[in-house]
Ligand binder design. Structure first.
Ligand code: CU
Ligand code: ZN
Length: 184
């Protein structure tokens, strides 16, 4: 009988040890998401992009390298699935409100339409855009979806893709940890 009681006690303790130290109350709100872009097959494009809540908007910041100079389409895609070597496993643009493709500041645009990033002569693009109405969690939340950098510019009008060509980098958008950057 004693072994049964001890055994039961251990079983009950296991889930407790797997939880964060803070007891009670709702989990802390998610205020930042992160996407680590990896090159697709034949590409050298990589980078880190952060999505940070500022009031009713999300600020998108980061650096992407290995690009050809000039503009490149930049979108959140439906699936957080970079398993295909060409990134097509991320599906089409993230579009939970069933809108047309467009510029991020246009009346009609997919929730995932981030427009273009522009690489300098060294192939580096600095990202810093503020997206009104973007959400990290909930039905419109971007976490769990994909992030794609394209080979060509998004013309901001061709349906439903912006005619941005192939996919040169792919990421899954996840919840950011409290530490910034790689451990030193
Ligand atoms: Cu795209
Ligand atoms: Zn779109």
């Amino acid at each position: 009988m004693r072994t049964i009681v001890i055994g039961l006690g251990l079983v009950l303790m296991l889930p407790l040890t797997a939880q964060p130290p803070k007891k009670g109350g709702p989990p802390a709100a998610v205020t930042e998401a992160i996407a680590v872009l990896h090159p697709t097959a034949g590409s050298k494009v990589e980078g880190v992009v952060r999505f940070t809540i500022h009031g009713d908007a999300v600020q998108v910041t980061g650096e992407i390298t290995g690009l050809t100079p000039g503009p490149h389409g930049f979108h959140i895609h439906e699936f957080g699935d970079c398993s295909a070597p060409d990134g097509t496993s991320t599906g089409g643009h993230f579009n939970p409100t069933n809108m047309m493709h467009g510029a991020p500041d246009a009346d009609q645009h997919h929730a995932g339409d981030l427009g273009n990033i522009t690489a300098d002569g060294s192939g580096k693009a600095v990202v810093n855009v503020t997206m009104k109405g973007m959400h990290l969690v909930g039905p419109m939340g971007i976490i769990g979806h994909g992030l794609i950098v394209h080979a060509k510019a998004d013309d901001l009008k061709t349906q439903p893709t912006g005619d941005a060509g192939g996919r040169v980098a792919c990421a899954v958008i996840g919840i950011a940890g409290p530490k910034k950057g790689p451990p030193k």
